[in-house]
Design a protein around this ligand. Structure first.
Ligand code: ATP
Ligand code: MG
Length: 652
């Protein structure tokens, strides 16, 4: 990429200073953290680590043998101890740790004391099964409190968990169990999704036919229908969670883990290709996750905090479970879909539990936009004081919609850029400090060093774009790709050398040094030698009042190199006509320039997305080029792609 490729980036001049009342009460309201980290980066992270409980203090903060980092070398700690035990010595002990709402409407509240007891019992269950330090355990559960219990129980005894999103198929589950060689699988009889039952135990049965490492399957009774378990129950292998828990002791000593002992494996969401088993370790991960939760979400003791991510994703690990609990916060978990029984469900939950902090993904925000502002308008959202977003670049119009209709122009928005591999938030506003601009993740978190570089790895000047890199190791960075260290080096540390982490994303920075992430570099389009970010064209389309969502790709073109094709989803009740297609093309040309004018526009009811809700542009490229589809195992709904292909071919 050259440095001038993003000249067409939308000019965004709206900006939002932290509301004065918010800033006055914020955990951070000045530049002191940035200054402290700039003076002494390792000292800054050591100070963050001090806020955890260590059985033994570290000898050295950082050992960096590029591309391998070790943080808090020689230190000993335990994640479950930090998330639970230490809070039992404070008034937090009787506070709600998890507030849970099931899709059909059940409610459960677990205090820190309750959660500690459940985790101890389940840790004993695992130990009795012969699970010990370093063994792998696959967790395939719906969003129920037992998912957090299972994760914490693993960390208590030093087992490495691998959480697999409950919507994955038997085949995807099998690949992940085999890659991690898990000894135990924890699942449920079933899970609710939009009123339907996902037969999870049955999926596990199918998966583990080919999984020789699996010795035991623990089954949580979530639904309770006999028919879900009447076939394929193997008495020597399968056992009910509640039966095992009944006899388990209430206390369980913690395993003192080395700071660099593995904590969990998590497979990436697969937007670009075959998922990678990202390995995170103990001390650095918890340090950065705890610090970012406190500062980025301005977390206070009295807050009800809700991150809508599923625990099957890194966001669910770091910001539903570990970050909030390490801070002694109240974390809300909701089991189901945002549109069940109706499209007001999320706002009903915010109103019901008086949620203060709400963290979701652009894909969800675009759905809310499509459903219309009437839904949130029906609810009392006055408890909200901070909003967050993560997962994809947020189109400025979606940001504005969120600000207006959910934040009611009162709440700061933190647009947080990070990845499965980074473990924790990397680039983000601090809500009491940073002036935000819709669509920008603003600046690296204190103690994080990021840059935008050209093909040769040289830093590009402000006002231009290139590859987004991290230039020094950070505490929560992945340590390797499970079972494939060569892939670790090749994927992240080959392009710019062993000291520079390549994120795979493209970005630009503006003349104030703000970062604008424009998506994966593989998605960048080259029209007649000009490079255009898909994000820019998509944002211009979403800026049109009838458009809800858009995905843009480059298709081979004899003259231009690539031509832009746009797949567009309209807002409720709108119909795609040839006139509207022309209007949209013109709209893009006006907003960005004639160069970015889409050659083709396809109206579609849905876009192909990963199960975590990200648009899979590579599949759209495959369709547009008439190629066989690449890896589709992480696709949320295969029917969408089949339909698009038909539609596309009919038009050709
Ligand atoms: P895979 O690596 O398997 O292809 P993935 O990259 O989608 O899948 P994740 O680790 O879940 O898996 O997602 C991280 C990516 O999500 C980032 O690299 C970036 O492209 C995108 N992303 C996350 N947060 C933001 C954000 N705030 N702004 C822009 N992009 C974001
Ligand atoms: Mg990725």
């Amino acid at each position: 990429m050259d440095t001038k490729q993003f000249e067409a980036l939308l000019q965004e001049d709206r900006r939002f200073a932290p509301p004065p009342a918010f800033a006055a009460a914020a955990n951070v309201s000045d530049n002191s953290l940035y200054e402290q980290a700039a003076r002494d980066r390792e000292g800054f992270w050591a100070a963050q680590a001090e806020r955890l409980h260590w059985f033994k203090r570290w000898d050295r903060v950082l050992e960096w043998n590029p591309p391998f980092a070790q943080w808090f070398v020689g230190g000993k700690l335990n994640v479950a101890y930090n998330c639970l035990d230490r809070h039992l010595e404070t008034p937090t002990r009787t506070k709600a740790a998890i507030i849970w709402e099931g899709e059909p409407g059940e409610e459960r509240v677990l205090t820190y004391l309750d959660l500690h007891r459940e985790v101890c019992r389940f840790a004993n269950v695992l130990r009795q099964m012969g699970v010990g330090k370093g063994d792998r355990v696959t967790i395939y559960l719906p969003m129920i409190p037992e998912a957090a219990v299972a994760m914490l129980a693993c960390t208590r005894i030093g087992a490495i968990h691998s959480v697999v999103f409950g919507g994955f198929s038997a085949e995807s589950l099998r690949d992940r169990i085999n890659d991690s060689r898990s000894k135990v699988v924890i699942t449920a009889d079933g899970g609710w999704r939009r009123g339907n039952i996902i037969r999870m135990k049955q999926i596990v049965n199918e998966a583990i036919v080919d999984c020789p490492s699996v010795e035991k399957v623990v089954v949580v009774k979530r639904i309770g229908h006999e028919s879900l378990v009447e076939h394929g129950w193997h008495p020597g292998r399968d056992a009910w969670y509640h039966t095992l828990m009944r006899n388990a002791p209430l206390t369980c000593p913690v395993e003192e883990m080395d700071a660099e002992d593995p904590l969990f494996i998590l497979y990436t969401s697969g937007s670009t290709g075959k998922p990678k088993g990202v390995l995170h370790t103990t001390g650095g991960y918890l340090t950065q996750v705890a610090a970012t939760t406190k500062y980025v979400f301005d977390l206070k003791d009295s807050d009800v905090y809700w991150c809508t991510a599923d625990i099957g994703w890194i966001t669910g690990h770091s910001y539903v479970v570990y970050g909030p609990l390490a801070n002694g916060a109240t974390t809300l978990m909701y089991e189901g879909a945002p549109d069940y029984p109706d499209r007001g469900r999320f706002w009903e939950i915010v109103e019901k539990y008086r949620v203060n902090i709400f963290y979701t993904a652009p894909t969800a925000i675009r759905s809310f936009m499509r459903w219309g502002e009437g839904w949130p308008a029906k609810y009392d959202l006055s408890s909200l004081r901070l909003l967050g977003t993560v997962g994809e670049p947020i189109n400025p119009e979606a940001w504005m919609w969120y600000h207006k209709n959910i934040g009611r122009e009162r709440c700061p928005i933190v647009d947080t850029w990070w990845q499965t591999e980074t473990g924790a938030i990397m680039c983000t506003p601090l809500p009491g400090v940073t002036e935000t601009k819709p669509g920008s993740a603003t600046r690296p978190f204190p103690g994080i060093e990021m840059a935008i570089v050209n093909e040769k790895g040289e830093k590009v000047p402000q006002g231009s774009g290139g590859y987004l890199v991290v230039t020094s190791p950070w505490p929560a960075m992945l340590r390797t790709v499970w079972g494939d260290p060569a892939r670790y080096t090749a994927t992240y540390f080959a392009k710019f050398g062993e000291s520079t982490y390549f994120t795979g994303d493209g970005a630009k920075w503006d003349d104030e040094g703000y970062f604008w992430i424009i998506g994966r570099v593989d998605d960048v389009i080259n029209v007649s030698g000009h490079r255009i970010g898909t994000m820019e064209v998509e944002s211009a389309l979403v800026d049109h009042p009838m458009v809800a969502e858009a995905a843009v790709i480059g298709r081979t073109h004899a003259v231009k190199g690539q031509a832009i094709a746009a797949f567009v989803t309209l807002k409720e009740g709108r119909r795609g006509t040839p006139d509207l297609a022309d209007e949209l093309k013109q709209h893009v040309a006006t907003k960005i320039g004639a160069l970015a004018r889409p050659e083709e526009i396809y109206f579609t009811a849905d876009l192909p997305k990963t199960r975590s809700g990200k648009i899979m542009r590579r599949l759209l490229r495959d369709i547009a080029e008439g190629r066989a589809l690449g890896d589709t195992t992480t696709l949320a709904d295969p029917a969408v792609v089949a339909q698009l292909r038909e539609q596309y071919e009919a038009k050709e």
